[in-house]
Write a protein that binds this ligand. Structure first.
Ligand code: CP
Length: 292
């Protein structure tokens, strides 16, 4: 693996090594990359992903430079493709990109990390989510773990990467979504109501409603969504007494999940954010040691 655009770019060995490394570095980062430069280029807003990449890099003594779209030559008419070509021509050791469309970069000699591309994938989010579950369950895989994913499956890059990775790790996944947001052509169990949940689950992941990606004609009514699909304490208790809660963030409290559940003791949401730094540090280290 030189670049990480999709979970498919990772071999099973890569995944195992990244988790092992993330666990071992904990908060003591290897400070040995003083000569390296990481560039972040976020064409879409971000809090967790951009800053956890930057925190990880800074803790490893890597220099960080950031592309900022509103003050860039995009404003003078340069295309996104031309912009990315120029960012790569500046030769950062690693380029971390988030964009609102699927990245189509083709074969590339640079180390590029996808920080979320449109509705396509968000591979580092999936890595940190699975890492969080493995640490919680104290296991090396997700075999026999029942995971419920709720929400906007059609538009969620987090769901797309997580489903790929969780399947590879052996999880039994159930998808819960309104009919219009179902995932097309999936072999996973798909349901459209909490009443169809059967038995206990080990984890539930609420997805953010991707308001910015919904067609204008989509008749999305916030109150109705929470009424049918929002996670509250009553629903969580029916999913099993040990079911833990994940949300990739940013949360729309009172829409996908209520504030009480988001901060309850079974919530791993803050841990997901903390683990984001570890996973991204392990990935940055991997890219730098492998070289371009
Ligand atoms: N989970 C996630 O991608 O959050 P940000 O948009 O804040 O980076």
């Amino acid at each position: 693996m030189k670049s990480l655009i999709s979970i498919d770019d990772l071999k099973d060995d890569d995944i195992g090594r990244l988790f092992y490394r993330a666990r071992s570095i904990t908060h003591v980062m290897p400070k040995k990359f003083e000569d390296a430069v990481m560039m972040t280029a976020f064409f879409e807003p971000s809090t967790r992903t951009r800053l956890s990449f930057e925190m990880a890099a800074l803790r490893m003594s890597i220099k960080v430079t950031s592309f900022f779209a509103p003050s860039s030559s995009l404003q003078k008419g340069e295309t996104v493709d031309e912009t990315i070509k120029n960012l790569l021509a500046l030769s950062p050791d690693i380029l971390v990109i988030r964009h609102n469309e699927k990245l189509n970069l083709g074969p590339c000699e640079h180390a590029i990390i996808n920080a979320g591309d449109g509705t396509n994938e968000h591979p580092t989010q999936a890595l940190l989510d699975c890492f969080t579950l493995l640490n919680h369950f104290q296991t090396d895989d997700l075999r026999h773990k029942r995971i419920l994913i709720i929400g906007d499956l059609a538009h969620s890059r987090v769901a797309h990467s997580n489903i790929k990775l969780m399947k590879r790790m052996g999880a039994q996944i159930t998808l819960l979504a309104p009919d219009e947001w179902r995932m097309p052509e999936t072999d996973l169990r798909s349901i459209s109501s909490f009443k169809q949940c059967d038995g206990d689950y080990d984890a539930v992941m609420c997805l953010r409603i991707q308001k910015e990606r919904l067609p204008e004609a989509d008749s999305f009514i916030e109150n109705a969504y929470f009424f049918h699909y929002g996670l509250n304490s009553e629903r969580l208790s029916k999913l099993g007494k040990n079911c833990v809660v994940l949300h990739p963030g940013p949360m729309n409290l009172g829409l996908e999940i209520d504030a009480e559940v988001a901060s309850c003791e079974r919530s791993l949401i803050e841990q997901q954010v903390k683990n984001g730094v570890l996973i991204r540090a392990a990935l940055i280290e991997h890219c730098l040691l492998r070289g371009p």
